[in-house]
Design a protein. Structure first.
Length: 254
């Protein structure tokens, strides 16, 4: 009985075809895994950006027109913005249960990261004398891993014309910016355009003023332009004290 088998040429051709198929499958699998990993990184990056934007939005939706006093005892509106820092007074501090808080956002180097500092220990005199970028010893890192981050400030001239500036000084402008824009570049997982260049993440946040107890608004001669206010808690304490005084007087009459 004659036996038949594969020739060497047939074996080589079969192995070559198998290797090609395995290579195609591996390449497709590798591309799919890279796409999944890139998608996961993009989701994480988007979540981190959303958290940082939420904190910024929360602060800037409750900015207070708070006065500082310079060396000549002249009051001026406190806030200062540069390309890499932004400081102001807000009514919704993230630490310590809220309340009036001085907030400082700073872009720190080595490595680049966005830090946020808060303090409720300030006065009009200290705000006018201390450097505007004097952050606390242990700032909160809101975002890191980027290559560049900068702030821009909207100037609205009241006629519908707007301009974005890289610096803002409330003392010179005598007003808060209408909005603040944040640019972030170089985070992993960010979208790219047709040429492969990374598209920066841009977030525009309107600046809104917060007012405590507007029915009990009190203004002084020095700070009349800023609307210095008396908190409802302090007013409630005064009312309680007045009620207690009336009760004592009634007791004395008896």
């Amino acid at each position: 009985m004659r036996q038949r088998g594969f020739t060497l040429l047939e074996v080589v051709l079969a192995m070559t075809a198998l290797a090609m198929i395995a290579g195609i499958c591996y390449a497709a699998f590798h591309v799919a895994m890279r796409a999944v990993e890139k998608g996961e990184v993009a989701v994480v990056t988007e979540q981190r950006l959303r958290v940082a934007a939420d904190v910024l939005n929360r602060h800037m939706k409750s900015i207070i027109k708070y006065p500082a006093v310079d060396e000549d005892d002249e009051p001026f509106l406190y806030c200062k913005g540069t390309a890499t820092s932004w400081t102001f007074i807000t009514s919704v501090g993230q630490h310590g249960g809220g309340g009036l808080t001085r907030v400082i956002y700073q872009v720190l180097d080595d490595p680049p990261r966005l830090a946020m500092s808060e303090t409720d220990r300030f006065t009009a005199v200290s705000l006018g004398s201390e450097p505007v970028d004097s952050a606390t010893a242990n700032p909160t890192i809101l975002l890191d891993g980027f290559t560049a981050l900068h702030f821009e400030y909207m100037l609205d001239d009241g006629t519908g014309q707007t301009e974005w500036l890289t610096e803002w000084d409330c003392r010179e402008e005598e007003a808060l910016p209408s909005a603040v824009r944040v640019w972030v570049e170089g985070l992993p997982g960010m979208d790219t355009d047709e040429s492969g260049a990374v598209i920066p993440w841009v977030q525009e946040m309107p600046v809104m003023l917060a007012v405590f107890d507007p029915e009990n608004l009190e203004e002084t001669d020095d700070f009349a332009d800023f609307g210095t206010v008396t908190s409802s808690k302090a007013n409630a304490g005064d009312e309680d004290a007045g009620d207690a005084g009336e009760a004592d007087d009634a007791g004395d009459d008896e």
